[in-house]
Design a protein around this ligand. Structure first.
Ligand SMILES: *Cc1c(COP(=O)(O)O)cnc(C)c1O
Length: 367
């Protein structure tokens, strides 16, 4: 039986990696803003078309650090339809997450429902470009401006995504990225914060290194969020092949769309006009009444044949025990997110899926 996983990590050529490791060994500088760390930040700025970036050791610390850097407190408006790290970063800072329902057209927070959730304690909005699909950023920014709120985008899925030639990471006050092994671009574990000015870059660089601003000066209660030299070198090599990986994913998306558009009860999203997508995920939505099978029945049938899709994002974050007591976590407040979580399967999507893999996956979905 095959074992077709939802993703497969992008890995650099081992010989090339070995050469860079030799450089690191020779230098004996293995972490703390070394040369590969600097080279990775410069290369990412160029690739992502952003002025400033600070790389981190994973994708959760940038979320936690962003909230610290902007002095966020009280309540933060966010989406329940994401990976738990989004909400955990808020809670971990002693801030109350307030869940707002999603827009079924994008999977992101519904801007039309944000204002009703704002209270005197609200200080920020934390939307997610879920599956790399851009949120309705102009409407979100208009609300933030009206109420004096900060906007931190969890852009963990949105590496390389552009709208009309402009990086999606240019939106809001700060955006975070994850370079986890399962993401389009990975450094094994890793992540980053993207900011718009040198002052904020400086502040974040202090915060990710215990607040050290010099040998004997500590300017803030920082954390240790630093990326090391070995993984920075790994990232530099992966960056060279990420465009080819995205193109391979694009071909998989084309294949899925062609094959599944005729299947009654299965829906999916098409590309958005003007958007450079990264094809990080391929979610399909099962309408049980029309398809004749529930989402879970299809999910387990695929598993039985070695096709390991994932129900991202089910269950909703708001249903987990730490959050379900919050007033905004009530099901009735989140009908669209609940519907999406109950109908979604993310199909296998990566740069190494073979035609045979795709034939099998598609044949299991076609009735
Ligand atoms: C992967 C992910 C994160 C966390 O990233 P790590 O690198 O695993 O810490 C945060 N938010 C979302 C939406 C993610 O998918």
């Amino acid at each position: 039986m095959p074992n077709i996983t939802v993703t497969s990590p992008l890995l650099p050529d081992l010989n090339e990696f070995h050469q860079l490791l030799q450089e690191i060994w020779d230098s004996k500088w293995i972490t703390n803003n070394g040369s590969f760390h600097k080279r990775l930040e410069a290369a990412l700025c160029e690739y992502l078309k952003v002025p400033y970036i600070s790389v981190f050791t994973n994708g959760t610390l940038p979320l936690i650090t962003a909230l610290q850097a902007l002095n966020i407190s009280g309540e933060v408006i966010t989406t329940p339809y994401s990976f738990v790290a989004t909400t955990h970063s808020i809670w971990w800072n002693g801030i109350r997450p307030v869940f707002v329902d999603i827009d079924p057209a994008t999977g992101g927070i519904d801007p039309e429902k944000i204002e009703a959730a704002i209270t005197t304690k609200t200080t920020a909005i934390m939307p997610v470009h879920v599956y790399g699909k851009p949120c309705r950023t102009a409407e979100i920014q208009a609300i933030a401006d009206k109420y004096g709120l900060k906007v931190i985008y969890d852009a963990a899925h949105a590496f390389g995504v552009e709208v009309n030639g402009k990086s999606i990471l240019a939106e809001g006050d700060l955006s975070t990225l994850s370079f986890h092994a399962t993401k389009v671009f990975n450094t094994i574990e890793g992540g980053a914060l993207v900011m718009h000015d040198a002052k904020m870059k400086q502040r974040i660089d202090y915060l990710k290194n215990f607040g050290f601003a010099g040998e004997t000066e500590v300017v803030a209660p920082g954390i240790n969020g630093k990326m090391d030299e070995v993984r920075s070198a790994f990232g530099l090599l992966n960056l060279r092949q990420v465009d080819a990986a995205i193109e391979a994913r694009h071909q998989v998306a084309i294949r899925y769309r062609e094959a599944l558009c005729e299947v009654e009860g299965i829906s999916f999203w098409n590309d958005m006009p003007g958007v450079r997508h990264n094809y990080s995920y391929f979610p399909i939505f099962v309408d049980a009444a029309k398809y004749g099978m529930t989402r879970d029945e299809l999910y387990y049938k695929m598993r039985e044949h070695g096709v390991l899709g994932r129900r991202y994002f089910y269950p909703l974050i708001s249903t987990f025990s730490t959050y379900r007591g919050l007033p905004s976590a009530h099901r009735g407040n989140l009908p669209e997110a609940t519907r999406m979580a109950d109908s979604v399967i993310c199909l296998p999507m990566h740069h190494q899926l073979s035609d045979d893999d795709l034939d099998l996956i598609i044949s299991l979905i076609q009735r």
